[in-house]
Design a protein around this ligand. Structure first.
Ligand code: PMP
Length: 392
C-alpha cells in the first residue's frame, strides 16, 4: 500500500537513486540519508555556521537556537508529554549515550544491595557500561547485584521470568527497543509491567527510532538513547532523552566544548523527514519486507533463520518482527556468503554482531531494511540465495 509519493521515495536518497541494481540492506548498521537532510546541513554550513552559546552576533545566536529547537524536536518525536521535565543531551551515538548514563547517573544513584537487570544478549554497547558501573562500585565497597534479563532467542525476553526476578531492591533495568540481530520488539510495556512502578528503565532505541512509533508517554521509561546515523542523520550524532522522575535527574558532568552543530541540524532534519514519511508506515513497510524475506528463506532448506524471526508465523498479529532478519547457510560460511552477495550488489552485514555475552549469532548474515528498500530488492536477494541453495 504505497502512497504515490512513496513509490518515488528512493529518488530522495542520492546514494542509491538511479541505480536500481544496488541493494543496500544494512540499515541496522547505518541508514542512508535523504536529500532533505543533506540540504539542511549544507544550508546551515553555508549560511550561519558558528559556535553555539557564546556569540553576540546573529550566526552564533542562530546556532544556539537551532540546538534548542533540535532538543524540542527530539522531545516531540518521542511524544514527550512533559517537555519541561525532561532533558535532551546530544551525544555521538548510542554507545557514548549509554556510557554516559552509566557513568554520570547509574554509579551515583546505586546504593549497597541494589540490583540491576541487564539484557545480556544485546549489543555490547548496552551491556558493558552497566557491568563496568557495577565493577567500579564494587571497588568502592558498594555491592550491586547484576542479574541477566531472562532471554530466549526464539521467543524474546521471558517476561514472566522477569517478573519473578524483580524485587524491592531492583533499581535499574537496561533493555533494548528492537533487537539489532533478531529484529524482535522487546515489548517495553510488558517490561514496565514486570518492573513495577519504581525501577528506572533505560531504553536502547538505536534500532527503534525512525523504525516504529516510540512514545515515552506510553512506554513510561526514564532514559531513551539512540543514534542519529541509524535514523538518517549524519554519523557522530545521537541523543539521550531523560525524564526527571524516579530520582532520575540526569546531569552529565564535564559538559563543555563545541557541540556537533551540523550533526545536530542533520538530526532535527532527519526526524522531520521521518515524521513526514510516517513512522507507522515505515514500520508496516519494513515489517512486511522482513516477513517476505523470512518466509522466502524458510522455503530454502540450506538456510537457517535465527532468533524470533524463526518462530513467529508470517501473519502473526504481534508486531514483533521488524525489518531485521538474521540467518546462516548450513554449509557456506557467513563471511563467504557476505562476499558472494556483495559481488552481486547486495550490501549485507556478515559475521559477528557486537554481542559481548549472550546470543547464538556468531557467524551469520544480517539483512536490515528501511523505508527506501523495495520488494524487488528482497525478491532479487531471495533469488540469489536460492541459487546457492541448489548449488551448495
Ligand atoms: N545498540 C544497538 C541495539 C545497536 O544496534 C547499535 C549499533 N549497531 C548500538 C547500540 C551502537 O550504536 P552506535 O554505534 O551508533 O553507537
Amino acid at each position: 500500500e504505497l502512497r504515490p509519493w512513496q513509490s518515488r521515495l528512493r529518488e530522495q536518497f542520492p546514494i542509491i537513486a538511479g541505480d536500481p541494481d544496488l541493494a543496500y540492506l544494512d540499515s541496522a548498521a547505518t541508514a542512508q540519508k535523504p536529500r532533505a537532510v543533506l540540504d539542511a546541513v549544507t544550508d546551515y554550513l553555508t549560511t550561519e555556521n558558528a559556535n553555539a552559546g557564546r556569540g553576540t552576533y546573529p550566526w552564533a545566536n542562530r546556532t544556539t537556537a537551532l540546538i534548542e529547537q533540535a532538543q524540542q524536536r527530539v522531545r516531540r518525536f518521542l511524544g514527550d508529554p512533559e517537555p519541561d521535565r525532561s532533558g535532551v543531551h546530544f551525544v555521538s551515538g548510542t554507545t557514548e549515550g549509554l556510557r554516559l548514563v552509566a557513568r554520570d547517573w547509574l554509579v551515583r544513584h546505586l546504593r549497597d544491595g541494589d540490583e540491576i537487570i541487564l539484557p545480556v544478549a544485546d549489543h555490547s554497547a548496552n551491556t558493558l557500561p552497566w557491568r563496568e558501573a557495577a565493577d567500579q562500585l564494587a571497588r568502592e565497597g558498594v555491592t550491586v547485584g547484576v542479574r541477566p534479563m531472562p532471554y530466549d532467542a526464539a521467543r524474546d525476553y521471558d517476561h514472566r521470568a522477569l517478573t519473578a526476578m524483580v524485587n524491592e531492591r531492583t533499581r535499574f533495568i537496561a533493555t533494548t527497543h528492537v533487537h539489532h540481530v533478531y529484529g524482535g520488539d522487546m515489548n517495553i510495556g510488558r517490561i514496565r509491567a514486570a518492573a513495577g512502578p519504581d525501577a528506572v528503565i533505560c531504553l536502547d532505541a538505536a534500532q527503534g527510532v525512525g523504525h516504529l512509533p516510540l512514545s515515552v508517554a506510553e512506554l513510561d521509561v526514564d532514559f531513551v538513547v539512540f543514534s542519529g546515523h541509524k535514523a538518517m542523520a549524519l554519523p557522530g550524532t545521537g541523543a539521550i532523552w531523560s525524564r526527571n522522575r524516579r530520582g532520575s535527574r540526569f546531569a552529565p558532568g564535564g559538559w563543555a566544548g563545541t557541540p556537533n552543530t551540523s550533526g545536530i541540524v542533520s538530526l532535527a532534519a532527519a526526524l522531520d523527514w521521518l515524521e513526514e514519511a510516517g513512522v507507522e508506515w515505515i514500520a508496516r513497510w519494513t515489517v512486511a519486507l522482513g516477513a517476505r524475506l523470512t518466509d522466502g528463506l524458510r522455503k530454502l532448506p540450506a538456510y537457517e533463520v535465527l532468533g524470533c524471526q524463526r518462530s513467529l508465523a508470517a501473519d502473526s498479529p504481534v508486531q514483533q518482527r521488524h525489518g531485521i532478519v538474521t540467518f546462516r547457510h548450513r554449509r557456506i560460511g557467513s563471511n563467504d556468503l557476505g562476499f558472494i552477495l556483495a559481488a552481486e550488489g547486495f550490501m549485507v552485514r556478515a559475521d559477528g554482531h557486537c554481542q559481548a555475552e549472550g546470543g547464538e549469532t556468531t557467524s551469520s548474515v544480517r539483512v536490515s531494511v528501511h523505508a527506501y528498500n523495495t520488494v524487488d530488492e528482497v525478491d532479487r536477494l531471495l533469488e540469489a540465495l536460492a541459487r546457492l541453495d541448489t548449488e551448495g
